[in-house]
Design a protein around this ligand. Structure first.
Ligand code: SAH
Length: 258
């Protein structure tokens, strides 16, 4: 393909948002893994506050809401996703304690020590794992938790093709032990890590079926950015099936202890 050097971050955001707005999730994940991660987090009550950062249309937020009594704020840069998010909350009759707001994870609308839990599935890469962990910590109360998923190498070494692809797309990709070390250095007690099952990725890629891709191409007929975005999605999926033994998402759960 012609755009091997282009990263997902450089595509027209409107196209990305248009593409993903009717999918339940905008990244690899599932209700089961959200619940598994939640099982490591103690002490949540009806008074606790959760922020779901880069919440998308709120697939995982609804799971959090149905399994806690907390007040939850979803934050996402994309207004289309936030509109869907609030609609989903309303459909589940959760609108009194689940709200989506448009906002930037680089400039979050929270007070210091306001939150009991920060959640972020498939999104912290937009600020970078280390920067996100370190900048978001101040919003947590002492004893509060953070739970994020992050793309991670499973092996010390890997084939050049996949090494080069992710090095270009997300240079912060690293091994589990290095990520845990970064979490500790950012001021958290690492509580748990677990590998997100492969099926979450295959589901994520299968949802992006050829019809969905063709209809985007039709809508943006002749638009080079849309064509390159779809080509990139296809290439990323192709590489995943070829090299999934070498990388994937990992859930990292940490606790602010001071
Ligand atoms: N958590 C959801 C969505 C993951 S996709 C899920 O797992 O399904 C990543 C999300 O991050 C997208 O919704 C995108 O709009 C959002 N995002 C990207 N950059 C952002 C930023 N700077 N601030 C807030 N959200 C951002």
């Amino acid at each position: 393909m012609s755009n091997e050097k282009q990263t997902i971050h450089e595509f027209d955001l409107n196209i990305i948002h248009d593409y993903f707005r009717n999918t339940e999730r905008q990244g690899p994940g599932s209700p089961e893994i959200t619940l598994k991660a939640l099982s490591f987090i103690g002490g949540l009550t009806a008074k606790s506050k959760i922020a779901d950062i880069g919440c998308g249309t709120g697939g995982q937020t609804i799971v959090l809401a149905q399994n806690t009594e907390c007040e939850i704020t979803g934050v996402d840069l994309c207004s289309v996703f936030i509109r869907q998010f609030n609609q989903h909350a309303q459909n589940q009759n959760l609108q009194d304690r689940v709200k989506g707001v448009i906002g930037d994870m680089k400039n979050l609308p929270f007070q210091e020590e306001e939150l009991d839990l920060i959640w972020s599935e498939g999104a912290i890469y937009n600020i970078g794992f280390e920067r996100g962990l370190s900048e978001w910590r101040k919003f947590l109360k002492t004893g509060g938790y953070i739970a994020v998923t992050e793309n991670t190498w499973f092996t010390e070494e890997r084939p050049t093709e996949i090494q080069d692809f992710w090095q270009e797309a997300y240079p912060e990709i690293d091994t589990i032990s290095n990520k845990v070390d970064q979490m500790q250095k950012a001021g958290y007690l690492p509580i748990a890590t677990f590998v997100v099952p492969e099926a979450c990725w295959t589901d994520y890629y299968e949802v992006q079926h050829p019809q969905m891709q063709e209809s985007l191409l039709e809508k943006y007929n002749g638009n080079k950015s849309a064509e390159e975005f779809i080509a990139y999605q296809r290439y990323e999926a192709e590489l995943f099936y070829k090299y999934k033994a070498y990388y994937g998402y990992v859930f990292y759960i940490g606790k602010r202890i001071k």
